[in-house]
Design a protein around this ligand. Sequence first.
Ligand SMILES: Nc1nc2c(ncn2[C@@H]2O[C@H](COP(=O)(O)OP(=O)(O)OP(=O)(O)O)[C@@H](O)[C@H]2O)c(=O)[nH]1
Ligand SMILES: [Mg+2]
Length: 194
Amino acid sequence: MSNTTIAALILAGGKSSRMGQDKAQIHWEGKPLLTRVCEVATECCSSVYVLTSWPERYQEIVSEQVQFLPESSPIGQGPLVALTDGLTQIDAEWVLLLACDLPQLQPEILQRWMSQLTDVSESILAVVPCQDSGWEPLCGFYRRTALTALQGFITQGGRSFQAWLSQVPVHPLTLEATTAAILFNCNTPADLQQ
Ligand SMILES: Nc1nc2c(ncn2[C@@H]2O[C@H](COP(=O)(O)OP(=O)(O)OP(=O)(O)O)[C@@H](O)[C@H]2O)c(=O)[nH]1
Ligand SMILES: [Mg+2]
């Protein structure tokens, strides 16, 4: 499987209710969070997509390599529906799903995980970091073929990533303390003070 294709899908369509302002545009060490995540994604994948209802808001803060995908569901359906929406619009065999609020991502760690995907059995639908607190779905890998299972779950009213991941074949990525730091997500004004 030397031709495994992996595209990055960054979600920028949340409510940012805890932050009180659009997280994607908030500066972290001098750069908007979305800009940072797109830069890391571009180091890892040749196709980088941002799923959002507000492309005009973000066009100026990402490179030209980044492509915008429209949100086809009503706003506010959450990240599981957003992933499903993205998968219907992306051809790659795997999607690296990333939240826009991950200021400490490291391309080397994502690339190491990507190199493991070729060894994952065909029946596995997702490869996702797992901690004591649960799955970390917004920094994980989803196979194209997960689409059918996702659509079925959503049709039944499912919206919880943790619930979906508990009922499909998932390969967990285990984390050392140094690796876990990349999953820090910036949700509140207090997180920004770190
Ligand atoms: N495109 C899209 N992205 C979403 C949606 N809901 C959440 N996200 C993204 O998913 C990621 C994680 O979301 P949260 O950290 O829970 O963010 P949030 O919903 O914006 O924030 P809170 O309202 O504080 O929970 C962020 O990158 C959000 O932009 C959605 O309905 N559509
Ligand atoms: Mg978050």
